[in-house]
Design a protein around this ligand. Structure first.
Ligand code: PGA
Length: 252
């Protein structure tokens, strides 16, 4: 059976000490009750090295929100996949819509980043999703298919085993508008069908597909009850310990 995951994406929030306190709070919450899903914290880079100690012996995993496409070199201000891995992090988010929109990251760049991250031993949470105008024009399936085909689907089967896909309709991110469970299921099913067409049934069945976009404790259970929704990528609600932990507990 495929892994269920709830991952928090802190984005550019939390300073050093508030981030550490939040990670400790989540760790302590799950000390004696093990959730059904894997719980991941994707923090700003500044927390990663400290999370290694804080989360030692805990079931909570952690990761970054971006990495550079090159292995190393003269790229002032950038962080490499190898550096992330050296902190003990297991995951990196690639292709978040905010990276696509504000930093001009396109499918081919995201494909390079994904391959570099995988080569350095990280697992990749690869994001896709349409903007509102694309859904209104009813080209959302086409858009997601293009993002996956150009960004992801030239990986090998072996590489694909270290990919988690996150479907995040951009119109639902940070807006309070959530995709309905039926809308999420429809797209997740579509993604899984495309996985099957490219990689066969086993990989399609084993790939975790997360929903992201205004997911919170009050709507998580319903979204996660959909057969192809394997958990969530959580933005705003991951900044509050109780809310985030409740979302993780909504996975059954
Ligand atoms: P949100 O963000 O939960 O704040 O909508 C989700 C995301 O961008 O990953």
């Amino acid at each position: 059976m495929r892994k269920k995951i709830v991952a928090g994406n802190w984005k550019m929030n939390m300073d050093y000490s508030t981030g550490i306190a939040l990670a400790e709070g989540i760790r302590d919450y799950f000390k004696n009750k093990v959730p059904v899903c894997e719980v991941i914290i994707c923090s700003p880079f500044i927390h990663l090295a400290s999370l290694q100690n804080i989360l030692k012996g805990s079931i909570i995993k952690y990761g970054a929100q971006n990495c550079h496409q090159e292995e190393s070199g003269a790229y002032t201000g950038e962080i490499s996949a190898g550096m992330i891995k050296s902190t003990g992090a297991e995951y990196v988010i690639i292709g978040h819509s905010e990276r696509r929109t504000y930093f001009g990251e396109d499918d081919s760049l995201l494909n390079r980043k994904t391959k570099t991250a995988l080569a350095r031993g990280l697992k990749v949470i690869f994001c896709c999703g349409e903007v509102l105008a694309e859904r209104e024009k009813e080209i959302h399936f086409e858009v997601v298919k293009r993002q996956l085909t150009d960004g992801l689907f030239n990986l090998t089967e072996e590489q694909m085993k270290n990919i988690v896909i996150a479907y995040e309709p951009v119109w639902a991110i940070g807006t309070g508008l959530t995709a309905s469970p039926a809308q999420a299921q429809e797209m997740h099913r579509f993604i899984r069908e495309n996985l099957e067409a490219g990689y066969g049934r086993k990989i399609a069945e084993e790939t975790t597909i997360l929903y992201g976009g205004s997911c919170k404790a009050s709507n998580a259970a319903e979204l996660f009850s959909m057969p192809d929704v394997d958990g969530g990528l959580i933005g705003g609600a991951s900044l509050k310990k109780d809310e985030f932990c409740a979302i993780a507990e909504a996975v059954h």
